[in-house]
Write a protein that binds this ligand. Structure first.
Ligand code: ARG
Length: 458
């Protein structure tokens, strides 16, 4: 059905229906209904307070908007494509319900500052929820680290065994990455939680608006200081996509490890049946689909970021309709992260840790070679010389197909007279781990003290 547009005054024809479809954003911006109504209520309360519209009109508008909100939430409202977007759908409903009084709501406001406000409010709330999902993942990591504090695994560089580390240390590396993600998220929220309302279409408005009052009503921490900037930038949405990309990048690396660790070759972990899937043809299969999907979905979130950066890169100030293309991208980015984090967390919390495989993995591949070199250094040899001695020893061990710790004392002495019996304890897995007692190192005491520090601050 064709309705007269709220902006239809200067037009003599109705819009072509293909244009309505092309132009309309209601199918993806309908989700902003609550923010749009709350923003309108705050704006209207201010218009009444400032005497810009009669208080009785403001009261009626606010009451009616509350009713519209309730009806939307009860599923009673069907939005219309010809009303274009959520802002005009709601305003149209308001005018349908209370006639001329409803027409006063848009005083001193433009859809340009309205949409910028709504998106800021929506993303603020969505980012806060994602912040709590990150916290939950961090808590799961802490619990896993504590429960497995004695588990030693091989640490890798170049995916080649490097040095033994605590599994807990590995987990806590992700804790720290997520801590920075949470920090980025909260800084992003701080920057976006500023009201652009009052910017009008681009130049501000002629009315005596109380912008700070509106911002305070909406829990925002201030107002934008340039009306062009207030309506023209979407850096807050782009920054949200960037933070989502960074979170997904971390989740994706972790996913890659989960996939490797659950392979038969590694067997470091076993995913719970409830968090893995089978194959339609191979009866023996148990696949780490969650981790694979999390890794795969990272690509689309990066895509959202690049798409949004590209939409914005050539736009002259101030508002351009291109900016309507911001929503699907940023919504996709936050939806993807919001869906990924909780299921990823549960997958970790329910997986079984195979301490024996991790330990035997750590025991192979000469992961104690650095410690053997360090042992000689502590006896007075220069590190480069010690490195060479142990290199020759490793070459010998490879030929012999024996690990360093299985050489006899006589064999040790062939390589350096500085070796004595104490070398055997010095190159044990436990010693390799616990000698790395530098702040931030993998020694059990260090990992435990990091966990204790975190818990103290909670
Ligand atoms: N649906 C539009 C958007 O998402 C709202 C703002 C439209 N403003 C305008 N002047 N046409 O960007």
């Amino acid at each position: 059905m064709k309705t007269m547009k709220l902006w239809g005054g200067r037009f003599s024809k109705t819009t072509d229906s293909a244009v309505d479809d092309f132009n309309s954003s209601i199918r993806f911006d309908a989700r902003l209904y609550r923010q749009d109504i709350n923003g309108s209520i705050a704006h209207c309360a201010m218009l009444g307070k400032q005497g810009i519209i009669p208080q009785a009109d403001a009261d009626l508008i606010i009451k009616t908007l509350g009713g519209i909100l309730a009806d939307i939430e009860k599923g009673k409202i069907a939005f219309s494509v010809s009303a274009e977007d959520i802002h005009m759908n709601i305003e149209t409903l308001l005018i349908e319900r209370i006639g001329d009084v409803g027409k006063r709501l848009h005083t001193g406001r433009s859809r340009n500052d309205q949409v910028a406000l709504d998106l800021r409010l929506y993303l603020r709330d969505a980012c806060e929820k994602i912040g709590s999902d990150i916290k939950a993942l961090q808590t799961a990591l802490l619990d896993l680290a504590e429960a497995n504090i004695a588990v030693i695994m091989p640490g890798y560089t170049h995916l080649q065994k490097a040095q033994p580390i605590l599994f807990a240390h590995h987990l806590m590396a992700y804790y720290d990455m997520l801590e920075r993600d949470a920090g980025r998220l909260s800084e992003c929220i701080t920057r976006m939680n500023i009201s652009p309302l009052g910017s009008g279409a681009l130049a501000g408005t002629t009315y005596d608006l109380d912008r700070d009052y509106v911002a305070a009503q909406l829990g925002m921490k201030g107002v934008t200081t340039n009306s062009l900037d207030g309506v023209a930038d979407r850096d807050f949405a782009i920054e949200t996509c960037f933070v989502m990309s960074m979170i997904m990048m971390h989740i994706s690396r972790f996913s890659e490890e989960i996939i490797l660790w659950s392979s038969n070759e590694f067997s470091f972990i076993e995913l719970d049946d409830a968090y893995s899937t089978g194959s339609s043809i191979m009866p023996q299969k148990k696949n780490p689909d969650i981790a694979e999907l999390a890794r795969g979905k990272t690509g689309r979130v990066y895509g959202d970021l690049i798409a949004l950066l590209t939409v914005m890169k050539g736009l002259p100030l101030a508002y351009n309709k291109d900016m309507q293309e911001d929503k699907e991208q940023v919504f996709d980015a936050i939806d993807t992260v919001a869906m990924t984090l909780p299921v990823f967390t549960q997958m970790l919390a329910t997986m079984r840790v195979n301490a024996k495989s991790m330990r035997s993995g750590a025991a192979g591949g000469f992961t104690n070679a650095t410690d053997a070199a360090d042992y000689l250094v502590k006896k007075g040899l220069a590190f480069r010389d010690a490195h060479k001695v142990i290199g020759e020893m490793v070459a010998y061990c490879i030929k012999e197909q024996r690990p360093i710790e299985n050489l006899t004392m006589q064999e040790f002495k062939l390589f350096s007279p500085l070796f004595d019996e104490a070398v055997f304890t010095a190159i044990s897995l436990e010693a390799c781990v616990n000698m790395r007692n530098v702040k931030g190192g993998t020694a059990t005491g260090q990992v435990l003290s990091r966990i204790a520090d975190i818990k103290k601050k909670q």
